[in-house]
Design a protein around this ligand. Structure first.
Ligand code: NAG
Ligand code: NAG
Ligand code: NAG
Ligand code: NAG
Ligand code: NAG
Ligand code: NAG
Ligand code: NAG
Length: 858
């Protein structure tokens, strides 16, 4: 970490020379001389604590190279571009040195006394220095009583014969021999380490025991009487046989964590010539108290019967990145202490009830990235301590049950529905599935004790009406980003989904194509502190949209045009970058608010920019001036009032017109009713005259039924007491047996008016035409207006003009047309009544009735 910090500091200092030290100089405590083309140790102040000399051309270090630097703790001499010679007691002027880094410097000559005089040296880095076995054999590390970490990785060491002086290195904890060429290590070579406890011994990537045939009878146990916290023998190409022989050989040595990754055990997929480990492979580890075993990155295809039965103390088993496709019966038998089982990145396709038998204490099973498509229902039922089950990135399309365990990861599967079986959980991860119906969300919200629910990247877009109301009193975080909630919500339903979540603190609704929010949709989320609406299509946010106690809001990458600053006023943090602000005077309140608000605005000023008008496109809101907007506002309000006035008038006018057109029949009825109430006696008091009938209704007998319904019932006194006319018509009033012509003449003579209902039938009926002619001649002889003609049906001018009598009439007089719209009938009958009632003398000049239903021909 010190190294890391140095580097960080170094970069910081290089980047900012103003702060004090630039490259190739010193501030008294830290001397920074990386990449300074040095060939010699520079003269630094005796107060220096860190001296960084990597990446130079220093060739030789002798006892006099360094000035006396009593305070120096860190010396970096690694990566010299020329090869290095280190002479006797080269560092003796650095008596308090704690870390000496020579890594990646090619050391041509290293004096056996080179490291003498460093009683406080804690860490010695000698990786990639081209060192041979001699460095171990010849006592180079004598007297380094404080040495704890020795890094000899990536050298050319071929044998691990340790000099007896290793026995005195009482602080030694960690030795790294990674990537050397040590083919074999036997008991006598590591004798000086007996009685020691090493926290870390790394013998990885050495082809250890795999290139030579080992006579274990003679080699015996290399780690006899050594306690190893971590032994890393990975990357040595171990097969099942080597592993078994090694395990047997180290019988009894304590190794708490055995790293055996990158091995060659297992048949792989589709091969049979290399064995999978079996019951005997790890049997020799029985007395080694192994608590962690790493068998990752290999070719194990089948976990065989009672494979780990002797590892009663094992707590963590990692078999990730193998080719496991089969779990034999009782494969985990004996792992009574196992807590973590990592089987991720394998080839499991299905899980059976018996698979995890024996794991009484397992708390975490990692099954990520297999190909699991189906799980038998009882698979996890009896794992009572199971706390976390990770089934991410498998191929589950359906699942018949969800185990009731606190943390369940089901993300990255193909689930389209969930079983509606009750279960409990604190944490559910279901992102990257294919859930579509919000029913699933309502269902999950009912899961007892649920605190975190992750549903990102599903397909939530439909809303089913027949669901139960759900509420969760425990839910704290809900992730619903990258769905299609707009599709569900734009139908107007499922907006109540956030109604019962009083504890919810964080809600993600990013990337949901939202174009609007229903006011009050979040109003019940009284505990909500953070809300992300990032990357939607919202154009407006109103104060009612946001939850009452919100502190952090992300509405970046929306389409807010001209937001109301009051919406954000009560927040603590807001991100409004990348919206589409319209930089016109409407926005001035918002711009002023941005300039002086206490709310912390995320993002750089440049990312809060105008979209319109084009002249300001891309300009930061912070550099837009609002001058001149105030006067315009007054003008605008005036304009606005005028606009309102105009609009109201127009709307009222249109409404009136519309009412009259649409409901004229009804209006007329009302009008008549009022008239009747006010002028009741006038209608009664009309004077009688000499005629027997008020009118003779002349029509074709084929039209009788229609005339009866449409006219007689509404006008003739015999049909209703309210009717006031005495009408004459053939079917009732003609004298039977009498000559028909005589009857017609009689009727015309004894009626004040003649009303001819000219229909298609009328025109074909000789009697009717006769009656018409007679009535017309009488009308001409005595008085105008005694004949009223009503055209019924869609008769054209041409059809009327064909008949002489009618032609004569229509050329001189107006006629009535039966209305097409039913609601006009009342009005028409009233008009007709007036015609019938009209006195002869008056009718002469009263020809100017202008109405829609009267056609005029001049
Ligand atoms: C080191 O030498 C190289 C090549 O001669 C030169 O480009 C570079 O600037 C030198 N660096 C310093 C810090 O003097
Ligand atoms: C550093 O050197 C000065 C004299 O040059 C001496 O006075 C001082 O005590 C030395 N400091 C240390 C820490 O050695
Ligand atoms: C393992 O040990 C057995 C006998 O103990 C021996 O026959 C076999 O060759 C050894 N295998 C390896 C790979 O060392
Ligand atoms: C391991 O050592 C124990 C005694 O400590 C002995 O009983 C056992 O047989 C040994 N196992 C092997 C495989 O050598
Ligand atoms: C299991 O191994 C995989 C791959 O090495 C790793 O990413 C994952 O974090 C491990 N799981 C656990 C629970 O340690
Ligand atoms: C922001 O406020 C300062 C005073 O607090 C004022 O001088 C400046 O003109 C304002 N800028 C804008 C763009 O309103
Ligand atoms: C910002 O905070 C200060 C002091 O906390 C307060 O006086 C001022 O009114 C606040 N401004 C706004 C716009 O809330």
């Amino acid at each position: 970490m010190g190294d890391h910090l140095d580097l960080l500091l170094g970069v910081l200092l290089v980047a900012s020379p103003v702060l004090g030290i630039s490259s190739c100089s010193s501030d008294g405590r830290m001397a920074l001389y990386r990449f300074c083309n040095l060939t010699q140790i520079p003269r630094v102040l005796n107060t220096t604590e860190s001296l960084l000399l990597s990446f130079n051309y220093i060739k030789t270090v002798t006892a006099t190279s360094f000035p006396f630097l009593e305070r120096l703790q860190l010396l970096e001499l690694g990566t010299q571009f020329s090869s290095l010679t280190i002479d006797k007691e080269a560092f003796r002027n650095l008596p308090n040195l704690r870390i000496l880094d020579l890594g990646k410097s090619q050391i041509d000559f290293l004096h056996p006394d080179a490291f003498q005089g460093l009683p406080h040296l804690f860490e010695l880095r000698l990786f990639s220095c081209g060192l041979s076995d001699a460095v171990l054999k010849d006592g180079y590390f004598r007297n380094l009583g404080s040495l704890s970490r020795l890094d000899l990785s990536t050298n050319q060491i071929r044998s691990l014969s340790l000099h007896p002086s290793f026995r005195e290195l009482n602080s030694l904890k960690s030795i790294d021999f990674f990537l050397n060429q040590i083919p074999i290590v036997c008991e006598h070579e590591l004798k000086p380490l007996r009685g020691k406890t090493l926290s870390f011994l790394r013998l990885a990537a050495n082809n250890l025991y795999s290139r030579v045939s080992v006579d274990w009878g003679r080699c015996m146990n290399p780690f006899r009487d050594v306690i190893l916290e971590t032994l890393d023998v990975s990357g040595n190409g171990w097969t099942v046989d080597i592993t078994r022989n090694f395990s047997n050989a180290i019988n009894g040595s304590q190794i708490f964590s055995l790293v055996l990754g990158y091995h060659n055990m297992g048949s792989g997929f589709g091969f049979h010539n290399i064995k999978d480990p079996d019951q005997s492979t790890f049997a020799g580890l029985a007395g080694s108290s192994v608590a962690q075993l790493d068998l990752s990155h290999g070719f194990i295809f089948s976990l065989n019967f009672r494979l780990f039965e002797t590892l009663a103390e094992l707590k963590v088993l990692n078999v990730a990145h193998n080719k496991i496709n089969k779990i034999a019966h009782e494969a985990f038998y004996g792992l009574d202490s196992l807590q973590v089982l990592n089987m991720s990145h394998n080839l499991l396709g299905e899980l059976y009830n018996f698979n995890f038998y024996g794991l009484a204490n397992v708390a975490h099973i990692d099954l990520q990235r297999n190909h699991i498509g189906i799980i038998q229902e009882e698979t996890f039922r009896f794992l009572e301590k199971l706390n976390t089950l990770d089934l991410r990135d498998n191929a589950l399309k359906t699942i018949y049950f969800i185990p009731s365990i606190p943390n369940i990861f089901l993300g990255g599967n193909k689930l389209a529905t969930l079983p509606t079986i009750r279960f409990t959980a604190n944490f559910i991860h279901l992102s990257e599935n294919r859930l579509e119906s919000l029913d699933n969300l309502y269902f999950l919200l009912q899961v007892p004790h649920l605190q975190i629910l992750i549903l990102n990247q599903n397909r939530f877009s439909s809303c089913n009406q027949g669901r139960v109301h759900s509420e969760s009193l425990s839910l704290e975080k809900l992730f619903l980003g990258e769905n299609m909630l707009q599709l569900a919500w734009e139908t107007g339903s499922c907006w109540d989904v956030f109604k019962g979540l009083p504890r919810l603190q964080v809600l993600y609704l990013n990337n949901n194509y939202l174009t609007f929010l229903l006011p009050g949709v979040f109003s019940d989320l009284t505990a909500l502190r953070g809300l992300s609406l990032n990357s939607n299509r919202l154009t407006v946010l109103s104060p009612g949209n946001l939850p009452p106690n919100l502190e952090i809001l992300d509405v970046s990458r929306n389409q807010l045009l001209s937001p109301d600053p009051d919406v954000f006023a009560s927040l603590h943090f807001v991100d409004i970058t990348h919206n589409k602000f319209i930089c016109e005077c409407e926005l001035s309140a918002f711009i002023r608010w941005l300039n002086q608000t206490n709310v912390t605005i995320f993002g750089s000023h440049a990312d809060i920019y105008c979209m319109y008008p084009n002249s300001l496109s891309g300009t930061s809101l912070y550099s837009v001036s609002t001058d001149g907007c105030d006067e315009e506002e007054i003008l605008r309000s005036l304009k606005f009032s005028l606009f309102i006035l105009f609009t109201v008038t127009l709307v009222l006018f249109l409404l009136t017109v519309l009412t009259v057109v649409k409901f004229r029949g009804f209006c007329f009825l009302c009008y008549k009713m009022v008239q009747r109430l006010l002028f009741e006696d006038r209608t009664l008091g009309r004077d009688s005259d000499t005629y027997t009938y008020d009118a003779y209704l002349c029509f074709s007998s084929k039209d009788f039924e229609w005339v009866h319904n449409a006219l007689l019932r509404h006008l003739d006194a015999q049909y209703s007491d309210q009717n006031r006319f005495h009408l004459c018509f053939e079917e009732r009033d003609f004298m039977p047996g009498e000559n028909h012509i005589a009857n017609i003449h009689n009727a015309v003579r004894s009626s004040r008016k003649v009303v001819c209902l000219v229909s298609r039938h009328f025109l074909r009926d000789g009697w009717c035409l006769e009656a018409f002619s007679y009535a017309q001649s009488r009308a001409l002889a005595y008085l105008n207006g005694a004949l009223v003609m009503v055209v019924v049906g869609s008769l054209s001018q041409y059809q009327l003009m064909k008949h002489e009598a009618i032609r004569a009439f229509v050329q001189k007089r107006q006629y009535l047309r039966w209305p097409q719209d039913l609601q006009d009938v009342g009005w028409f009958l009233d008009k007709l009544s007036q015609h019938i009632l009209r006195k002869e003398k008056e009718t002469k000049k009263d020809d100017s009735i202008q109405l829609q239903t009267i056609a005029t021909i001049s």
